[in-house]
Design a protein around this ligand. Sequence first.
Ligand code: 5AD
Ligand code: SF4
Length: 447
Amino acid sequence: MSPVPPPKTYRVKSFGCQMNVYDGERMAELLAARGIAPAADGEEADLVVLNTCHIRERASEKVYSDIGRLVKTGDAAGKRPLIAVAGCVAQAEGDEIMARAPAVSMVVGPQAYHRLPEMLDRAVAGERASDTDMPPIAKFDALPARRRSGPSAFLTVQEGCDKFCTYCVVPYTRGAEISRPFADLIAEARLLVDGGAREITLLGQNVNAWRGADARGNDCGLDGVIREIARIPELQRIRYTTSHPNDFTDDLIRCHGEVEKLMPFLHVPVQSGSDRVLKAMNRSHSCDSYLRLLDRVRAVRQDIALSGDFIVGFPGETDADFEQTLRVVDAVGYAQAFSFKYSPRPGTPAASMGDHVSQEQMEHRLQRLQAALNRDQLAFNQASVGRTCSVLIERRGKKPGQWLGKSPWLQSVWFEGDHAIGDIVEVELLEAGPNSIEGRVREPAFA
Ligand code: 5AD
Ligand code: SF4
């Protein structure tokens, strides 16, 4: 590659999970610290970072079509952007990307993106650079301090996974479980709140596996982090995701009944309702232990909204197994959930299992599952009608004077009035659809 002028503008495109959104923000902050500005809407950037997802086949194929599109529009405009591929596809297929996509000048894994600025210097000098090292923690220490934040911010507290579910690439792309130090988390939470955050979602692939030493040096779990950040006065709401059913402690469950700022919403994937399939998935929990866990949480927080993840068509899944998944859905009554067709991932144990479920069967099962989940989501929203609750305004709606925000139960609520992004307003929920609820602002009685 030949040398190019240093980029003046950047765009980071993040795909996949919320942790990628967080990483994308931190990469943007690194680039901004180098004096590179975000490209305006509709403007071609000099540097594009594709922050990729490898969790399912379709997600990881996107990277090659995106690179192709960037090259084509760049060539048409007479100026190709510098392209960096980051995220989990970079980690898993770094060498392949370098070989297959000559237009890419930087490949950087999720644990190495703090080195992006050095890689950029090399790219500007005309060299190609790849870094998929996995040094624990180093990344966070090397990142610039947080400054600005939207009303709802993400904060990665834990990364990686030691669970090795047989279908999942995360233990390979994100590495072993690490917990960031308590003091660093509290400091970052304060900076996010100073920068405008009113809600913080604590993130981790197994967020409830976080462990560390609190300010007094005592061993504690995620409950300790939640209780400490709840003490930040301007912070109004706390959430956490994603949890593993086996990593809930009594202390964490108790938080749901005791910490008012902890929102009544919990995402706990189950994947399947069949113990046979759960065993083949190496989930190390049963359907019954999962349901008992939800009962324990409900016992301390009756109005908790539940969410989950499901995979249909795991190798060997029979009709009878799938019926058990539908039974779990009926038993739980999810407020929302994500469901996927099984996608074999190279290098995972399940990818070499026999007894594949046909695409038609998978499609059929996914449709039935999604119909049940949609039914329950609508029912949950309809059951909220008549309630008055707080809504954190996240953005403007399509029409002037319209606002969109989230209820405590993570429902999208829209309403009209004279407000601003970041306001928390009391809203009466009037009419529910499957994906959003119309509301009306309740004026305080004493106003
Ligand atoms: N195929 C389909 N879905 C998957 N997930 C993870 N790996 C796969 C795969 N190979 C789903 C799980 C997980 C969510 C993030 O993605 O449901 O909880
Ligand atoms: Fe993947 Fe299982 Fe770890 Fe979740 S718990 S990240 S599904 S291996």
